[in-house]
Design a protein. Structure first.
Length: 443
């Protein structure tokens, strides 16, 4: 039987669901809807521009999107161009895989000062997300603090620390590459509220900080425990031990020869960002770990900085009609089920964790569930599907970017890239749509 399926969000979680559904329901019609004219979600807009090999997964996603029976409907926003109710009325199954586009905030005084940025905005800026390309972060000071001990925090310090030559074969957007090259930062502080064992870095990403051309990495050996300790779950011991080894190697290094420094500070929890209009310092509580939590020791540290990037995780953007779990910042769901016929996949289902590939296993599990529930609910079959949605979008004058139009954007981005860059992204909706519907491509 042919099923009408909509997947909202064309990032890894959505496209792995599309892949698994296409395999198990080869006759189904699958519409992958995205508010951007470009597919692949975090692969384009989140993964660091100097991690090109991780972006190769988009070749597999391209196959998924170009399968007969699967369509890409870019530049279509649920809530603006189509309502959630219209979506449910049109499709037998709706999968929401919109990720977590909003920054989690510290909730401390001064977070709204100039020079303080969330990592979604900051990463979106250097990766050319249309919503964040014009962030224009203040990089004119000497010191910048990145709050958080996850891989996003590492991405941010590494990209800021790299020389133009080190970024030459990345796809960092021109505006960001120029701003970083013109910036005057000399000291980047990577700040964790807990210790090195609790940090959620992965060793490969941590190790990369040790290979930077113009930047030393400074770690206080007194902050490094001798061992990971008994609390660490068995499956994480190796990774934590490797992180400790890397940090010990950093701590043992001579430094002073390079013009920039990354200081890795553990046991420091932000209490306030200080400044009048713009950040001039960050106030930190020194902490110790009790039952796995960071508790203040009573000692405080005022660290002069000129800008702050808060990289402490993300929240899903709620949308009208979909039940939301405010505490966790995800769609309220029971193992992926939001309501009959509607499912959540990826970060909007379980929060921002895991790497791209984690979504594949998750997607396969979710699709098994979708299939068994489809079998039990024949009354859901027979919805009008994409034809009805096409009619509504036409009526509303929406310029849908289909797969061919996305390929025109991609080709134009590759064609205009200079030097060793794989692409020079278009960063505004106007530029993207102009490339999508360029006469040369359409005729
Ligand atoms: P993450 O790994 O969850 O790290 C968040 C960090 O923020 C943690 O160190 C956390 O500390 C800290 N934090 C949370 N609330 C805080 C607060 N109020 N004050 C101070 N610190 C606070 O998240 P992420 O870095 O955003 O990454 C998201 C996911 O993407 C992760 O699975 C990550 O591995 C993945 N990713 C992977 C790569 C890669 O593989 N190269 C690159 C980027 C992202 P606590 O632990 O104390 O809560």
């Amino acid at each position: 039987m042919s099923h009408q399926i909509a997947i909202v969000g064309s990032g890894p979680s959505g496209l792995y669901v599309a892949e698994a559904l296409a395999k198990l329901l080869p006759d189904s019609s699958i519409d992958v809807i995205d508010r951007l004219p470009t597919p692949y979600g975090l692969v384009r807009g989140g993964i660091a521009p100097d991690h090109q090999s991780t972006k190769n997964v988009s070749r597999a996603f391209e196959k998924t999107l170009s399968r007969h029976g699967t369509r890409f409907l870019g530049n279509v926003e649920i809530g603006r161009d189509l309502s959630y109710d219209e979506l449910k009325a049109a499709y037998d199954v709706v999968v929401l895989s919109i990720g977590s586009a909003l920054d989690r905030t510290l909730g401390v005084p001064g977070e709204d000062l100039g020079g303080v940025y969330g990592s979604a905005a900051f990463v979106g800026w250097y990766n050319g997300h249309p919503q964040h390309h014009d962030l224009a972060p203040l990089l004119d000071g000497k010191a910048l603090a990145v709050i958080g001990n996850g891989n996003v925090a590492l991405d941010v310090v590494r990209v800021l620390a790299k020389t133009p030559a080190e970024l030459a074969d990345s796809d960092i957007c021109l505006h960001a590459a120029r701003a970083i090259a013109a910036g005057s930062l000399t000291d980047l502080y990577l700040i964790g509220r807990r210790g090195p064992v609790e940090a959620s870095f992965t060793p490969k990403e941590l190790g990369e900080l040790g290979d930077l051309e113009r930047c030393d990495v400074i770690v206080d050996p007194r902050q490094l425990p001798d061992d990971v300790g008994p609390e660490v779950p068995e499956k994480e011991v190796k990774v934590k031990q490797r992180n400790l080894e890397i940090l010990r190697e950093f701590a043992a290094r001579e430094h002073g020869a390079k013009p920039m420094r990354i200081h890795i500070l553990f046991y420091a929890a932000p209490v306030a960002v200080l400044g009048e209009h713009r950040a001039r310092a960050i106030l930190l509580d020194r902490t110790r770990i009790e039952n796995g939590r960071a508790v203040p020791t009573g000692e405080r540290l005022e660290l002069p900085v000129d800008a702050v990037v808060v990289a402490i995780g993300y929240l899903t953007a709620p949308f009208a009609g979909v039940p939301f779990d405010e505490k966790r910042g995800i769609f309220a769901n029971d193992e992926g089920l939001i309501e009959p016929g509607v499912y959540a996949a990826g970060w909007c289902k379980h929060g921002p964790r895991g790497v791209v590939g984690t979504n594949r296993t998750d997607a396969q599990g979710l699709v098994q569930r979708i299939l068994s529930e489809l079998d039990q609910s024949p009354e859901r079959d027979g919805k009008p599907g994409g034809a009805e949605v096409d009619r509504l979008l036409r009526e509303r004058g929406v310029n849908v970017v289909d797969f061919a139009a996305w390929k025109r954007i991609e080709e134009a981005e590759v064609a205009r890239a200079q030097g060793g860059k794989p692409r020079e992204k278009f960063v505004t909706m106007d530029e993207l749509l102009a490339a999508a519907f360029s006469k040369a491509g359409v005729e």
